[in-house]
Design a protein around this ligand. Sequence first.
Ligand SMILES: [Zn+2]
Length: 76
Amino acid sequence: MANAPECPVCGQQGVPILYGLPTRVAREAAAAGKVRLFGCVVPREPDQWTCAQSHTWRADDDDVLIAVIDAALRND
Ligand SMILES: [Zn+2]
């Protein structure tokens, strides 16, 4: 996950947050630590990233978020 942003609190590499009912691929990615599943209840302004210490934050660049999620869910 080359482009994932660093946590603004602790500086660890971010992991994208996925909301909604997870697919099998999403569950496998979460088990591998590539994404974090936050369930079906989406807040009004959902955070986009989390870190190993469970800080959460929003980043400005949706393209990066989408690219990292795509890479995490790619089965290769
Ligand atoms: Zn952090």
